[in-house]
Design a protein around this ligand. Structure first.
Ligand SMILES: NC(=O)c1ccc[n+]([C@@H]2O[C@H](COP(=O)([O-])OP(=O)(O)OC[C@H]3O[C@@H](n4cnc5c(N)ncnc54)[C@H](OP(=O)(O)O)[C@@H]3O)[C@@H](O)[C@H]2O)c1
Length: 358
């Protein structure tokens, strides 16, 4: 019998455009699932990979992390009844494809109609969640939880604000980004932190509906934005000694945290999603840490993915404790639309997730 094939958008050499080609469809190995992809969501790392070869090793390579679709085939040893739903052919799922861990190895990148993923990276989707919404989830929720653990908070953190007069706060800078919106929701609704968000004012109501206690506009003079946040937090008895920095002015985020450190808190922590280098700002009294993607070591990585996808995400979607955010926008033409969609993402989006539908 002829080997089945499927369409893939691949990079045939470093820093080029994507080329649509046929690839042989691999069967899933042990603990792997083959996904029939219906929607691909885009992230900044995708155009870094395309445009500069970031994290890629050999060519052809296939980038991409975020997918939703249906299960096409299940490998050996996959737990059949985890997450309250059977992981079997036809189950609707969202999944985190592992191109960044396989250096773009073709079978594992998101930009194709059939993708192999580790079973731990898959979560069933409730019927109320569309494939486009599902595809918007994996990178955002994985990074939000990586940020939470980078801040030395455990998966089981549950802040009980009724027993303390000072509320434990989290500053989320760049809160209208995909990872910011996920963090706002997880921090407020799952962990019980009081979230102060920094974003454009047009997103204030949206952020508050997702759990932010207060929203601050980052467009003013940095010193004035910092003062506004500190003043408001002190007035509300919120201790802001932790920050999740998704994007924007890292130094201002550090200055807010430093103010609460000098109020007597332990050394504050800023977890930043943006890679740091020698020119990155540092502020006394603040420990600034890069949010590493889930660790490369297989055991630690599997534990993180298993927590996010098997334990937390599916029930959170089912109960409404987590709402897919931001809104998605579908760029036409399927795999052929990926280059245009990546160009558009590189120009910048505002509380919007670009997807392509297959
Ligand atoms: N470390 C990791 O593992 C990891 C994982 C994923 C992503 N990342 C990185 O995290 C960053 C965010 O990714 P994403 O996909 O969430 O981004 P995104 O959704 O494309 O971010 C767009 C948002 O950025 C906000 N923004 C732009 N400039 C800002 C500024 N000066 N201050 C505050 N907000 C600003 C905008 O907010 P307004 O609309 O409010 O203006 C916009 O809504 C990227 O640098 C990405 O590479 C890192």
């Amino acid at each position: 019998m002829a080997t089945p094939t499927h369409d893939a958008a691949m990079l045939v050499s470093k820093a080029g455009r994507l080329s649509i080609q046929k690839l042989p469809t691999q069967s899933p190995g042990p603990n792997e699932i083959l996904i029939d992809v219906k929607s691909i969501a885009l992230n900044p790392v995708d155009y870094y990979m395309r445009d500069s070869g970031f994290l890629l090793q050999d060519y052809p390579a296939i980038p991409g992390s975020d997918i939703a679709g249906t299960i096409a085939a299940v490998g050996a040893d996959v737990p059949q009844s985890s997450r309250g739903t059977l992981l079997r052919s036809g189950t609707r799922v969202a999944a985190y494809a592992v191109s960044i861990y396989t250096q773009g190895k073709p079978s594992y990148g998101a930009f194709q109609t059939k993708v192999l993923v580790p079973a731990d990276n898959v979560t069933p989707l409730p019927d109320t969640i569309s494939f486009n919404q599902g595809a918007s989830l994996p990178m955002a929720v994985v990074t939000a939880w990586s940020g939470i653990t980078t801040l030395d908070l455990s998966y089981d953190t549950k802040i009980n604000t009724t027993t303390t007069t000072t509320k434990k706060g989290l500053l989320v800078w760049g809160a209208a980004s995909s990872i910011g919106l996920a963090t706002v929701q997880i921090a407020s609704k799952t962990l019980g932190l009081t979230v102060y968000a920094v974003a454009s004012p047009r997103h204030a109501e949206y952020l508050q509906s997702l759990g932010a206690a207060a929203v601050f506009d980052y467009h003013g003079a940095p010193a004035s934005v910092v003062t506004q946040i500190i003043t408001a937090a002190r007035a509300a008895n919120v201790s802001l000694d932790l920050a999740f920095h998704a994007t924007g002015d890292l130094q201002s985020a550090q200055e807010v945290i430093a103010a609460f450190t000098s109020d007597g808190a332990d050394k504050g922590i800023v977890a930043t999603a943006v890679p740091m280098d020698a020119s990155s700002p540092m502020t006394e009294g603040v420990d600034t840490r890069f949010i590493l993607p889930p660790p490369v070591e297989q055991g630690l990585r599997d534990r993180h993915f298993a927590f996010v996808f098997a334990r937390w995400l599916c029930p959170a979607l089912d109960s409404g404790a987590f709402i897919p955010a931001p809104e998605t926008h579908s760029v036409p033409a399927g795999l052929r639309g990926l280059d245009v969609a990546l160009d558009r993402l590189r120009e910048g989006v505002s509380a919007l997730k670009l997807v392509v539908e297959l």
